[in-house]
Design a protein around this ligand. Structure first.
Ligand code: CTP
Ligand code: MG
Ligand code: K
Length: 182
């Protein structure tokens, strides 16, 4: 049991800098779309839901959270009796920016498949940012990523992230900051 708690706590901890960017982007969204309104084959390349401001604020929020977590990793880990990793700068950037890029890549796929802005794409919506975060972390901080994301932790991330995503987006919808509950 103690092992399971430590496993789940560690998995969620290392993903926090990837979880926060999407939520920060929702709060900060608006302004110029990344695709500048351009279309491809009659459909928007990305759509109005992917903005420069949302992407920048989301990325900064994720990196800032990693910096904050670094400051408290020791005391919090000791208090909870678990070993919590800290985030080197490139790992933090990879997780945060990668999460945003994964979400942007998903919008690209959604538009190509004819889905309008805001349409749901179950599965993709919940895991796009996980894939983006892990890939960019792997590219920017390969040793840290391989060491930190054990297969066990990855399994927890793949199972727990969709649940957390559904929960946080549902709350964001209910309190009126998000247009759709996904
Ligand atoms: N947002 C943003 N920039 C991003 C990601 C999100 O500005 N890179 C903001 C937008 O205001 C967006 C909101 O966060 O409408 C919700 O994000 P998301 O659900 O990812 O976008 P959707 O509007 O649903 O568009 P899409 O169908 O392309 O996912
Ligand atoms: Mg959406
Ligand atoms: K999305």
């Amino acid at each position: 049991m103690a092992g399971l708690v430590e496993l789940v706590a560690g998995a969620l901890w290392v993903m926090l800098p990837a979880y926060v960017p999407n939520n920060a982007a929702v709060l900060a969204g608006g302004g110029a779309p990344i695709d500048g309104g351009r279309t491809w084959d009659g459909r928007r390349i990305l759509g109005d839901g992917k903005t420069w401001r949302g992407t920048a604020v989301g990325t900064i929020a994720g990196v800032a959270l990693a910096v904050a977590l670094n400051a408290v990793a020791g005391p919090v880990g000791a208090g909870a009796g678990v070993d919590l990793p800290s985030f080197p700068p490139l790992a933090a950037l990879g997780l945060a920016l990668g999460a945003m890029l994964g979400d942007i890549g998903a919008s690209f796929i959604k538009r190509r498949s004819g889905r309008e802005r805001g349409a749901a794409f179950p599965g993709l919506d919940q895991l796009d940012f996980v894939v983006g975060a892990l890939l960019l972390a792997l590219a920017l901080a390969p040793a840290w990523t391989v060491e930190t994301f054990s297969l066990e932790r990855l399994a927890v991330v793949v199972v727990a992230t969709p649940l957390l995503h559904v929960l946080t987006n549902g709350i964001a919808y209910l309190i009126g900051v998000k247009n759709e509950p996904w």
